[in-house]
Write a protein that binds this ligand. Structure first.
Ligand code: IPM
Ligand code: MN
Length: 372
């Protein structure tokens, strides 16, 4: 298969984690005889510094004409701490999502058994956790009207949703639930918010067309608690933009590190794949950032193009790295491995994915294993 891929490294550790994902895609090309063409474009703080805008037109054009977009990370502290800043790096990503109509953000959360000791949550709580968050991505409070009064003492952000915005992401979530364990949880704040009441109305109507799926509802404050009390109860979570943003960061503690969570942002015509973590500016250029989320985002990209065997080879190589302790220091503070070495190990194992896995998983003491 031939695929045109847009690479948007962005800020902070974005470029270094993205390069590891590209290494893995190159290993897939070699092993499975595909041809991927990579074209890079600026976005975020990097683009503001160079071109005065966080989303240059040529970046948007490249994305529109690509088969998929692989994104690194966005954000820079020099903007975070300056409320007066005229333009912000994050605007580039938001504008990109909006312009490409990437309305569904899909964030799988899975507890890797090899990392069960790593999570701050108890092993019995996180064992076998496997759910997926469908976050609406181009509506709600992120994109509603923003206002500040003249003397700058009152500000507001409007949270608005239309039936259409709710139903298109809801259908995707119902389809996913139908192919999984058949359970969909709508997370909202319908006891307070009018927009949440519209979500309930629209989603419960759609549920009638999916009799195989059991729909239940949870208020977002309770959902935040349930995610850490009993995360196994979830199969597919459907929620609006901001609740999804917050809950997916919370859910990342289940796996032990936010550096493991990948995501896909899907629209009618385009699709973008990115780690859910931020730009982690303190780690920039230090070769310590975890590349796994970016590599798993590449696996989601392959699945999106129905390259299932290829995606599986990537996932198996990631599992092997985790089991053998070839991980960055967020997963094992004594680890000797840097971003690049973890990327190399995973890419090498994609090429050799037929090789039998000879080490006994049970005996691998994460962090103590030695790889030569
Ligand atoms: C995410 C990020 C973005 C968001 C930021 C960078 C705008 O936190 O993808 O979750 O809030 O959506
Ligand atoms: Mn976020």
């Amino acid at each position: 298969m031939k695929l045109n891929l847009a690479l948007l490294p962005g800020d902070g550790v974005g470029p270094e984690v993205l390069s590891q994902a590209v290494k893995c895609l190159q290993a897939v090309e070699e092993t499975f005889n595909h041809q991927f063409i990579y074209r890079e474009a600026p976005i975020g703080a990097y683009a503001i510094d160079k071109y005065g805008t966080s989303l240059p037109e040529k970046t948007l054009d490249l994305c529109k004409t690509s088969d998929a977009i692989l994104f690194g990370a966005i954000g820079d502290p020099k903007y975070d701490n300056n409320p007066e800043a005229k333009t912000r790096p994050e605007e580039g990503l938001l504008e990109l999502r909006k312009s490409l109509g990437l309305f569904a953000n899909i964030r799988p959360v899975k507890a890797f058994s090899s990392l069960s000791e790593k999570s701050p949550l108890k092993k019995e709580i996180i064992e076998n956790v496997d759910f997926i968050i469908y976050r609406e991505l181009t509506g709600g409070i992120y994109f509603g009207e923003k206002k500040t009064n003249e003397d700058g003492t009152i500000a507001s952000d409007l949270c608005e949703y239309s039936e259409k915005e709710i139903s298109r992401v809801a259908h995707l979530a119902f389809k996913a639930a139908k192919n999984r364990d058949g359970k969909l949880t709508l997370v909202d704040k319908a006891n307070v918010l009018e927009s949440s009441r519209l979500w309930r109305k629209v989603v419960s109507k759609i549920a009638e067309s999916y009799p195989e799926v059991k729909l239940d509802y949870l208020f977002v404050d309770n959902a935040a608690m349930q995610l850490i009390l009993n995360p196994r109860q979830f199969d597919v979570i459907l929620t609006e933009n901001m609740f999804g943003d917050i809950l997916s960061d919370e859910a990342s503690v289940i796996g032990g590190s936010i550096g493991l969570l990948a995501s896909a942002s899907i629209g009618e015509e385009n699709a973008l794949f990115e780690p859910i973590h931020g730009s982690y500016p303190q780690a920039k250029g230090m070769d310590i950032a975890n590349p796994v989320a970016s590599i798993l985002s590449a696996a989601m990209l392959l699945e999106h193009h129905s390259l299932f065997e290829e995606a599986m080879a990537v996932r198996e190589a990631v599992d092997k790295a985790l089991k053998k302790g070839v991980v960055t220091t967020d997963l094992n503070e004594k680890s000797q491995y840097g971003t690049n070495q973890v990327g190399d190990f995973i890419a090498d194992n994609i090429v050799d994915s037929d090789e039998p896995f000879t080490m006994n998983d049970e005996n691998i003491d994460l962090g103590k294993s030695t790889i030569i």
